[in-house]
Design a protein around this ligand. Structure first.
Ligand SMILES: [Zn+2]
Length: 170
């Protein structure tokens, strides 16, 4: 099954009846310290488990072997720092960006509930709602910017989705 994850390569995929776990990492490249630019030696990896879009009833986890570096300059305040892949997940997120996009599509088009989607992703209601709300606010801001004089229609649109999204856990 092609994973189609942006900016990473798949090292290994493990599957059971109910769960698929894909281990991913980026290609190596020389990394400079974000503060001082000195070339930074590797400090190994850290495993981040991310919740991804389910395939039917199969839950999907992305195990990201996130790179860690340390600035070698003792005078630099940076210390160690971790790799970021914005196309995959936000710096401290546990749900992939595309899973959040998927959840919003389900809410808008499929009349799904946050509770149902959280169950399918294997996350808590609040964990999903917090991310979906922030993404909806972001989308609403963009829509208002582009909609101009049609702001009333945009407001109704947002309220409609707000109603659907605020359905709490059963
Ligand atoms: Zn530095």
């Amino acid at each position: 099954m092609p994973l189609g994850l942006p900016d990473v390569r798949v090292e290994e995929v493990q599957r059971t009846q109910t769960l698929m776990a894909a281990t991913v990492s980026t290609h190596w490249q020389l990394q400079g310290c974000p503060d001082c630019g000195v070339s930074a030696p590797s400090r190994g990896r850290r495993r981040r488990v991310l919740h991804d879009v389910p395939h039917g009833d199969v839950r999907v986890r992305v195990v990201w072997r996130q790179r860690v570096w340390r600035c070698p300059d003792p005078a630099c305040p940076r210390g160690s720092f971790v790799e970021q892949v914005p196309g995959l997940v936000t710096p401290r997120g546990s749900i992939t960006g595309r899973a959040i996009t998927w959840a919003i599509g389900q809410l808008r088009g499929e009349h799904a509930t946050i509770a149902g989607l959280a169950r399918r992703l294997g996350v808590s209601w609040w964990a999903l709602w917090r991310l979906v709300r922030s993404e909806l606010e972001h989308l609403a801001a963009n829509e208002s910017r582009f909609a101009g004089v049609r702001s009333l229609g945009v407001d109704e649109h947002i309220w409609h989705h707000g109603d659907q999204c605020t359905k709490g856990p059963k």
